[in-house]
Design a protein around this ligand. Structure first.
Ligand code: R5P
Length: 299
């Protein structure tokens, strides 16, 4: 097995943990914006794990996707690669997992098809926001959706919290809250209700009658992008009586201004994983991904 990807801490740790060599990728962007990822070294029929991440704060999903697709095609067509597993810890376009308004694309499904058509034999990701896609098998491609909440729970345990309450910011996040609560080892979890205006993106979060007075509350979500959802939930938790607030999230997309929103909403601590490159990531998903690669279940 060969790990192919940028020579960063994440891939160095991944290659060590699975005991495979790391073949670096140089990421180059031409002045007009076109990308040109170059695999530095030779492949001779090995099984390949192509591992690339986006950067928090400037995640440029379109460039990233093109880099992955071009590298995949290149590995298969010109570089004598064996089966290729693509590791995309944060799966771009996953939030468009339904046609919300007539005429919109079902982007998440189309992206999986693009990867398959470019040569992916399996796709490995972490906590993909694919609530509304029922079947994640597309032809011959295996789509492995691993949990990022185990890593978050391990990191949370390092903060000495007193019987924390785990709170999701909206109805669909109840599963995230449940997963984190289970890994953390508590039954105290629930979620709030949020409404989003589909054209303006504006959101409203509603308080609920939960006994949070004097409690330490962990607000948990899969993604923090603009920070609006998390900030609203933090404020609601404070209004409901919480006295210490942790914002815990798997994917630190963190568009500019989002961190300020979280701090402004009263977050006392932030915990996120390294599914995107972010200096503030405290939890790592490397062990989770390495475990899946070592299990030998992938094609
Ligand atoms: C959406 O339902 C997701 O689970 C997140 O709550 C959402 O993507 C967060 O986005 P933002 O930070 O822009 O509010």
């Amino acid at each position: 097995m060969l790990i192919v990807g940028p020579e960063d801490d994440f891939n160095v740790a991944l290659s060590k943990e699975v005991g495979a060599r790391l073949l670096p990728i140089e990421r180059r962007t031409f002045p007009d914006g076109e990308v040109c990822p170059r695999v530095v070294g030779k492949v001779s029929g090995e099984r390949i794990v192509l591992s690339m991440r986006m950067k928090a704060g400037s995640c440029r999903p379109n460039d990233y996707l093109l880099e992955v697709l071009l590298t995949l095609k290149n590995l298969k067509r010109h570089m004598n690669a064996g089966p290729v597993s693509v590791v995309m810890p944060y799966f771009p376009y996953s939030r468009q997992d339904a046609i919300f308004r007539e005429g919109e694309p079902l982007s998440s499904e189309y992206v999986i098809e693009l990867l398959k058509n470019s040569g992916a034999d399996s796709i490995i990701t972490v906590t993909a926001h694919l609530h509304r896609l029922n079947d994640l098998r597309f032809g011959e491609v295996d789509f492995l959706n691993l949990s990022g909440f185990k890593s978050l729970a391990e990191e949370l345990r390092k903060i000495p919290l007193r019987e924390p309450f785990i709170l999701g910011p909206d109805t669909e996040s109840i599963n995230w809250a449940k997963e984190l609560a289970e890994y953390y080892g508590t039954n105290d979890y629930d979620s709030l209700r949020k409404e989003r205006d589909l054209s303006t993106g504006e959101i409203r979060t509603f308080v609920k009658s939960l006994e949070l007075k004097g409690r330490e509350v962990v607000v948990v979500d899969d993604i923090v992008s603009t920070g609006g959802t998390m900030a609203n939930a933090l404020r609601a938790a404070r209004e409901m009586g919480a006295n210490y607030l942790v914002a815990a999230f798997v994917h630190p997309v963190l568009v500019p201004g989002s961190l300020e929103k979280l701090v402004g909403a009263g977050a006392d601590a932030l915990i996120a994983t390294d599914t995107l490159e972010w200096i503030g990531s405290r939890a790592t998903v490397v062990h989770t991904i390495a475990g899946a690669l070592k299990s030998g279940d992938l094609p």
